[in-house]
Write a protein that binds this ligand. Structure first.
Ligand code: NAP
Length: 253
């Protein structure tokens, strides 16, 4: 019998997780606003019970708590009792800080991304080995997962893959605009960009980016011209620095 999971929060990530878990685990949803808890369950037909925070602090004795609130909200939450497990998706919040705030036997940090809503996230996980198997099961409906051997790596995973959809969204939007600039209709440009990204995901499964680049780039051809321009403008360095900036911010949260 799978354990009951208590989801704290009803935002975008909580919804993605709740949809994935509904029907697979007994599920409770809690948060500071009872109306929003009820709306989340009713609007999305979730197989979940509301857990209204009548008392503060919330009694978490023997519960498995999935924390899906904003990182800054942690300091405002209060709990009593000792949970069996805490699973936190909060960017930049260390296990040490979780331990100070939420008494529990074991802790897991997880870093999914927005593709979780489509079951296509690659979720980075780290924490107590005793919860590794259960954590992998909990996050399985969101896509694949990757267990990190050290907590220190999770900020890098956040900067790369947690924020990653925003970097790729910026590129997709720019490419759509570029297509329109060169005479394609908005719809044509959007369809071609969508096809480019979904086909590229399959290519990347199959081969290294350097090989893909080599195969597309004929000597003296069009792609070589575009690549030379992107390199001269420093696209590669910009992306590397952007991930560093996100990582430094995650460490300050
Ligand atoms: N979005 C992503 O792509 C992504 C990826 C990886 C990890 N994360 C992490 O996921 C977490 C949630 O992000 P999200 O995108 O789902 O945000 P969101 O849609 O804005 O939802 C935020 C949630 O936090 C709750 N909250 C905020 N302040 C609170 C407080 N003081 N006390 C209690 N609850 C409070 C909100 O409840 P109210 O409506 O009552 O304020 C809501 O349930 C964040 O910690 C983020 O670091 C997000």
């Amino acid at each position: 019998m799978p354990p009951t999971l208590t989801l704290y929060g009803y935002g975008k990530m909580a919804l993605a997780i709740a949809k994935g878990l509904s029907g697979r685990f007994p599920l409770e949803i809690t948060g500071r606003n009872p109306q929003k808890i009820e709306e989340l369950i009713a609007l999305h037909g979730l197989n979940a019970s509301p857990l209204f925070p009548h008392d503060s602090p919330l009694d978490i004795t023997d519960r498995h708590l999935l924390l899906c609130v904003k990182p800054y909200a942690l300091s405002e939450l209060s709990f009593s009792g000792e949970a069996k497990g805490v699973y936190s998706i909060l960017a930049g919040v260390s296990i040490e800080r979780l331990r100070e705030k939420i008494p529990a036997q074991s802790y897991i940090r997880a870093m999914p991304n927005m593709a979780a809503s489509l079951g296509s996230s690659c979720t980075a996980l780290c924490g107590d080995e005793s919860l590794k198997a259960l954590a992998s099961e909990i996050f399985a409906p969101l896509g694949t997962s990757l267990w990190l051997d050290k907590e220190s790596k999770i900020d890098a995973a956040t900067a790369l893959a947690g924020s990653g959809p925003a970097y790729l969204a910026l590129m997709a939007e720019a490419l759509m605009d570029a297509g329109v600039r060169e005479g394609l209709s908005r719809e044509e440009s959007k369809a071609l960009t969508q096809g480019l990204f979904s086909g590229f995901a399959d290519l990347l499964e199959d081969r290294h980016p350097a090989l893909i680049k080599e195969e597309v780039t004929s000597p003296g051809g069009t792609t070589a011209e575009a690549l030379a321009l992107l390199e001269s403008k420093g696209l590669r360095g910009i992306l590397i620095e952007a991930v560093r900036a996100a990582l430094l911010k995650a460490k300050k949260l």
